[in-house]
Design a protein around this ligand. Structure first.
Ligand code: FAD
Ligand code: MLT
Ligand code: ZN
Length: 472
């Protein structure tokens, strides 16, 4: 059986694109965080949608399940195989062609394995902005971004991966190719299949290509760091910027003192330029299509109002592009600092902005009482109500042991508070295997059952990334 499967694979792919030796498979078996490691019979590297479809058919007839994989930067173990050694990994790195830029339609047509940064660069060289932006953009792929419905730092203005997608090509669990590659901004022909596959983390279909929206490149961007005393003032500041800058507001990121202290510990060159280590540092970006003077004046005038209303106590405006980049680097390096520090517990939650203060004060209190000494590394996309409420072990405690003993109760504490505040346990990273139990417990029984019904309908053999998102 296995021999005939491999013979079938060799009929589809050149031998060099079927990795079976342990040394060749190893780089694909462990996720970016080194939180999950699995086994696989083989890693396959298809070069076209047709090859993907033929491999899926072969897997279906041999009852072998497939773990689709992009850059393997996901935080929830979605692209890591299980420990059985029976699955195959399908990695998309060979499918990295940018097929077309349609200037009039303002769209870009891509294969699933295109690296996000390469897409941004291609768009920019054609005078466009491709606004999806996140810390892993140098290695994550558009297929992975769509499958996780990635967010990042520009959601406030341009939306998440779903909002940027107009068309998809998907290989179904039976190995059919669904061509939904129309670059339309309106299409009400029945159920929205595109939106069903986006965010489904490879459990309902395999994304092989996409049509994505482009935007004009702004003429000028201004970035500032401001010092804020508490979360209530941070939200009031956000509301002030939303009112005064409207659609020119393209970034609003929050970093607590604890998260920046950790950053500075590992990357001293990225120390906070604001005086006195404020409790909250907010990074704000405005993007303008009129002129540099216009946006600079607007930024200064809003900051002046914020000072007068006592919302902020200090501000540094980036005086050039390299300083603006340094501000963003400081923000993006918190994740890397956490990785340097060792294992930690990640939470990727959204809370309505009106309940954020209650969430943070109550959860901080409970966390410190029940788990003395833990370090709360709270930062995130405040403009979207999206907190990365990450928990690091007490100083001196072995991070691995901390994760083993504290993972369940700490996740549960946070998820209960999220539910109390009518939030979501995943804003942008998805569910994968990490939040399988969290989703079952907190999504609501009706929603969870509907998801399982969809999974059974679209993948009756359960060969597409089984036991991720939902177990059937
Ligand atoms: P992978 O990790 O390879 O896969 C993710 C999921 O998608 C898996 O379930 C996989 O099976 C599935 N999948 C992959 N390709 C396909 C395909 N072609 N068809 C069907 N299913 C597929 N995420 C955010 O949302 N916002 C952030 O700000 C953010 N910042 C990050 C910063 C850093 C430093 C890192 C390391 C990660 C960050 N992430 C962030 C998480 C991660 O980068 C995103 O989830 C990203 O979208 C994953 O893309 P990938 O190509 O690495 O996907
Ligand atoms: C980010 O926004 O930097 C990541 O999504 C958050 C994280 O590392 O938890
Ligand atoms: Zn994030």
């Amino acid at each position: 059986m296995i021999e005939s499967f491999f013979k079938g694979l060799k009929d589809i792919l050149d031998q060099k694109y079927i990795l079976v030796e342990e040394i060749d498979k190893a780089p694909y078996l462990t996720d970016w965080r080194k939180r999950f490691t699995g086994k696989a019979q083989a890693v396959v590297l298809p070069g076209s949608s047709d090859e993907v479809a033929r491999i899926v058919k072969l897997c279906a007839s041999n009852n072998i399940s497939i773990v689709p994989q992009g850059g393997h930067t996901g935080f929830c173990g979605g692209a890591t195989p299980d420990g059985s050694g029976n699955q195959i990994i399908m990695n998309f790195k060979r499918m990295n062609q940018i097929r077309e830029i349609d200037i009039a339609n303002q769209t870009i047509t891509l294969e699933a394995g295109c690296i996000l940064q390469a897409i941004q660069e291609k768009a920019a060289s054609n005078g466009f902005l491709f606004p999806l932006s996140l810390g892993a953009e140098g290695s994550c792929m558009i297929g992975g971004n769509l499958s996780t419905n990635a967010g990042g730092t520009n959601v406030l203005r341009y939306g998440n991966a779903r909002d940027l997608c107009l068309g998809l090509e998907v290989v179904t669990a039976s190995g059919e190719i669904w061509d939904g590659m129309k670059g339309l901004r309106k299409d009400n022909t029945g159920y929205d299949l595109r939106d069903l596959f986006i965010g489904s983390e490879g459990t309902l279909g395999i994304i092989t290509a996409a049509v994505m929206k482009l935007y004009p490149l702004p003429i000028s961007q201004w970035t500032t760091l401001v010092a804020v005393e508490n979360i209530v003032s941070s939200i009031a500041l956000l509301n002030l910027f939303q009112k005064r800058a409207t659609s020119l507001l393209t970034g609003f990121e929050m970093m607590t003192k604890e998260s920046l202290d950790l950053n500075e510990k590992h990357f001293p060159q990225m120390a906070n330029p604001l005086q006195g280590k404020p409790p909250y540092t907010v990074l704000i970006e405005l993007s303008d299509y009129e002129s540099e003077a216009h946006v600079r004046q607007l930024l200064e005038s809003i900051l002046e109002e914020a000072f007068e209303s006592d919302l902020i106590s200090d501000a540094v405006i980036a005086s050039n592009l390299s300083q603006a980049n340094a501000f963003w680097q400081m923000r993006e390096h918190i994740t890397l600092a956490q990785a340097e520090e060792g294992a930690n517990l990640k939470h990727d939650i959204t809370i309505p902005l009106s309940s954020l203060d209650s969430f943070i004060s109550e959860t901080d209190k409970l966390m410190r009482t029940k788990f003395p000494g833990v370090r709360i590394i709270n930062f995130g996309h405040l403009g979207d109500g999206n907190l990365h409420y990450n928990i690091a072990p007490p100083l001196g405690m072995d991070p691995k042991i901390f994760n083993e003993t504290h993972e369940k109760p700490i996740h549960e504490l946070v998820y209960e508070q999220v539910e109390r505040c009518k939030g979501s346990i995943s804003a942008e990273h998805g569910v994968g295997q990490l939040k399988l139990e969290g989703l079952r417990a907190h999504k609501g029984a009706v929603a969870h059952d509907l998801m399982k019904t969809l999974k059974r309908a679209l993948d009756p053999q359960n060969i597409l990334n089984p036991n991720k998102v939902v177990s059937i």
